[in-house]
Design a protein around this ligand. Structure first.
Ligand code: SF4
Length: 466
């Protein structure tokens, strides 16, 4: 096991290649080799690979989906992730800086690959992965026809089949995904970090409010609820875009920014359309590799629907309507709380006081939802740090959260538009330093983990990639 270089799982091929080999073909990775030598294995957090247990600092674990597309490469403190739109992002975690902050507060840096860098990286990774596969084939008594590890019921089973599948993916073929994605979706600007593998259905586009000072996710579009005809077209496009990759999705995320604002009647119709398109009890991860068929019976909800919701429009939905939508299948609602301290909420142009946000979270809990309140760390004036912390912690303590809920701590990131920066100058705000944000992340996590029953986790918006 310690020398295992290839592993076939339900949905991916994992190949362990030499980091240095990829670096020789793609020099951008060179500075990570030295860094990695002293780092912890935190960088493989998104990897599902059991091989990670045998990781050394010289390994790069490359993951390919059932179609042979590259999806992820991970080495200690380094992850390179590919989006469905062919975006490619490097996330590095600096474990040499401030070891007291542990993994949660560690400094992260990000790099978006240019088109040229993507081509060079893909070439390097595919050459190395195919070389490893060829060596394994030669070493195999049945010349590559040997099935590896678990029976690969869900995708190609043999090394030969995987080799053929990988060989199709030239940089140009991978680049076509960007075109197809843009024909299918409006940009998916943000998702909760535990929803990256869901199937996003844009029942609405944009955010009905779209004015929060820190938010630039939907400034590029007007709020629009899709009509049933528009949604049907969207669903057809989504099915065509994903093809067999639908089976790698883990549920449905209803987009965009606050889809629960859509009327309950309209949402019920939308849910029925989605169930008809993907099957009433579709659990994509359990499905076999046959094409997705329309489900004749829509009485059973798809395994999981999740969505975002703001805290100031929920009072427009009756508790009965929330119960109905819960029964129809929506089970998780991510709530942009940001702060429980009213002066910060008002600075952020977040409508409604903290008491209203608390009432909204409690109403969702009462109606049976799993909730994911999102809190911004490092937003506003550093001199308000204690007030922001104390009021928000108190609110979350009073929200009756359960172990199935998650509190997301999101380190503040300057929006691309200049409104936030202008406001900080106008009000004489003293911003947090990066160091202070990292310390706050630890303080909030330590305290909230003690005073609530919810899981407390990070929400690094710069890491969003779908
Ligand atoms: S409600 Fe949410 S999506 Fe809308 S502007 Fe505010 S933060 Fe952005």
């Amino acid at each position: 096991m310690a020398h295992q270089r290839v592993r076939i799982t339900k949905t991916t091929l994992q190949v362990r290649v030499a980091l240095q080999k990829v670096q020789e073909l793609f020099p951008l990775l060179s500075n990570h080799i030295q860094e990695s030598a002293a780092m912890s294995p935190a960088g493989v957090e998104n990897s599902s690979g059991a091989m990670s247990a045998h990781s050394t600092t010289d390994d790069l674990f490359c993951h390919f989906d059932r179609t042979g597309r590259f999806v992820l490469a991970a080495a200690p403190s380094l992850t390179i992730r590919r989006g469905l739109d062919n975006r490619l992002m490097r996330i590095s975690i600096d474990t040499t800086h401030r070891e007291d902050l542990k993994w949660f507060g560690r400094r992260r840096s990000y790099h978006d690959f240019s088109d040229v860098e993507k081509s060079d990286f893909y070439r390097a990774v595919y050459i190395e992965a195919l070389t490893v596969l060829r060596h394994e084939q030669e070493a195999s008594p049945s010349n590559g026809e040997r099935k590896l590890q678990e029976p690969a019921k869900y995708g190609p089973a043999t090394l030969t089949e995987w080799g053929e599948r990988l060989a199709r993916w030239t940089p140009a073929a991978l680049a076509k995904d960007e075109v197809d994605f843009k024909a299918t979706y409006k940009p998916i600007s943000i998702l909760p970090p535990d929803q990256y593998r869901t199937l996003v259905i844009q029942v609405a586009e944009g955010c009905s409010y779209n004015q929060c000072l820190f938010c630039d996710f939907y400034r590029d579009r007007r709020f629009h609820v899709k009509s049933p005809v528009e949604l049907a077209t969207h669903l057809d496009a989504v099915k065509a875009f994903f093809g067999p990759r639908l089976h790698d999705r883990t549920g449905i995320f209803l987009g965009d920014g606050n889809a629960l604002v859509v009327s309950a009647d309209r949402l019920q119709v939308a849910i029925k359309q989605i169930q008809a398109a993907f099957g009433p009890k579709t659990d994509f991860t359990q499905a076999d590799s046959s094409p997705v068929k329309p489900g004749p019976d829509s009485s059973h909800p798809i395994a999981s629907f999740a969505t975002f919701m703001d805290t100031f429009n929920l009072d427009k939905k009756s508790i009965e309507a929330l119960h109905t939508l819960r029964e129809e299948g929506i089970d998780t609602v991510y709530v942009g709380l940001e702060s429980g301290y009213d002066p910060i909420r008002s600075f952020l142009k977040k409508p409604g006081p903290a008491s209203e946000a608390l009432a909204a979270i409690r109403t969702l809990k009462e109606a049976g939802y799993t909730v994911g309140p999102i809190v911004m760390i490092g937003v506003g004036d550093i001199r308000d740090a204690d007030a922001h912390f104390e009021h928000t912690v108190l609110l979350l303590e009073e929200a009756n959260l359960t172990p199935s809920d998650k509190i997301f701590l999101s380190p503040f990131v300057q929006p691309a538009h200049g409104e936030y920066r202008d406001a900080t100058e106008r009000y004489g705000i003293t911003p947090y330093t990066q160091d202070q944000i990292e310390r706050e992340m630890m303080r909030w996590k330590d305290t909230l983990s003690k005073v609530t029953r919810a899981k407390v986790t990070g929400y690094y918006v710069r890491e969003h990639i779908y």
